[in-house]
Ligand binder design. Structure first.
Ligand code: SAM
Ligand code: SF4
Length: 329
């Protein structure tokens, strides 16, 4: 089993398979997009598979595929078919914007993938367009319905933003009245692909919850799964539940069980750190599996206590400014 220097077990890996995306969510990247990495600098699927195989041998059991938009990368379905078969990987889950996902759902289900996080920031077509800068609301809704029809576990990720989608909070909750889904309200973070420290008027988790309780005062606290980033709640009579994720105020770091691999193969032991190791360089310069294991252990033994410590350290070189598409969320 993998442990960090604070005694936290590490069993979850987030793998961003591309930095490319067909949407331009304004909290994630500028309208003009981001400067994509050269294709040759992205990990190949073979390289990713090797990393997952090595890490599953060390105790990584849960794998989340993210990006950029995972389904824009050619060969993703073949990669998923291989990765679900890796010994020790118990769960493969995907985070997607839902625009190219619809026609893949049956195949995902056949592969044994049963859980999808769907990013959906508004239930109104115009507001959706204003946030994502693309007119694809109906496509994403059709993916949502199809996920449910296929019996997938669906979590909706909604980034809460002053002046953009506050009016969507209640309708989004109402989706959980009849559907057995989890709606997760996420604090906006400063990973938007431009300089500056993000939105000073972001909604902290407490404010989101207070707003929800105005209408749903009887929402009950649920017991959260171990290492959950969300605080979860249930409104009596609802088929589903909701969660609030303090992604910016970072109240969950104490139980963090995850590592991240960026599209170019950097290891991040914290969302807010500056990358610890280039596995791409190691893989391409002939490193053995043992070398890679050693490098991972070394990075985990100097892991920051929390996201604040990580952010403080990286501020000495450069502030948080990259797009979330280059990290994977
Ligand atoms: N393209 C896919 C999607 O949107 O679901 C996967 C990658 S996206 C970077 C992963 C998650 O990060 C999404 O749920 C997205 O809403 C969230 N995200 C992106 N930028 C964010 C930000 N600045 N603050 C909070 N969440 C963010
Ligand atoms: Fe693309 Fe996801 Fe970023 Fe939106 S949040 S621009 S869908 S990577």
């Amino acid at each position: 089993m993998l442990f960090d220097n604070h005694g936290r077990e590490i069993n979850y890996m987030r793998l961003a398979v591309t930095d490319r995306c067909n949407l331009r969510c304004f909290y994630c990247m500028p309208e003009s997009g981001i400067e994509y990495m050269d294709r040759k600098d992205l990990l190949s699927f073979e390289e990713m598979e090797r990393l997952v195989t090595i890490f599953s041998g060390l105790g990584i059991k849960k794998l989340r595929i993210t990006g950029g938009e995972p389904f824009v990368r050619k060969g993703i379905m073949e990669f998923l078919s291989s990765v679900v078969q890796i010994d020790g990987i118990e769960k493969v889950r995907i985070t997607t914007n839902g625009t190219f996902t619809g026609e893949k759902i049956a195949q995902l289900h056949r592969l044994g993938i049963r859980s999808v996080n769907l990013s959906l920031d508004s239930l109104d077509r115009e507001r959706f367009f204003n946030i994502t800068r693309r007119d694809l609301f109906e496509t994403v809704m059709s993916t949502f319905r199809s996920l449910l029809d296929h019996g997938m576990e669906v979590k909706i990720n909604m980034v809460v933003m002053e002046g953009r989608n506050i009016e969507d909070i209640y309708p989004m909750l109402e989706l959980a009245r009849t559907h057995p889904i989890s709606v997760r309200f996420i604090e906006e973070m400063p990973f938007n692909g431009s300089n500056g420290q993000g939105n000073p008027s972001y909604w902290p988790a407490e404010k989101i919850l207070d707003h929800i309780k105005i209408r749903y005062a009887d929402a009950k606290t649920l017991e959260d799964p171990a290492s959950s980033t969300a605080k979860n709640y249930k409104i009596p009579g609802f088929a589903g539940s909701f969660g609030v994720i303090a992604a910016y105020t970072r109240t969950f770091c104490g139980t963090c069980n995850r590592i991240r691999i960026t599209p170019q193969g950097d290891l991040k032991t914290c969302l807010y750190d500056d990358g610890k190791i280039s596995f791409r360089e190691m893989l391409r310069s002939g490193a053995s599996d043992n070398d890679i294991v050693g490098a991972l252990w070394k990075a985990l033994k100097s892991r920051f206590k929390d996201g604040f410590e990580a952010e403080k350290a990286r501020l000495q070189t450069r502030p948080v400014s990259e797009s979330m598409a280059t990290i994977g969320g």
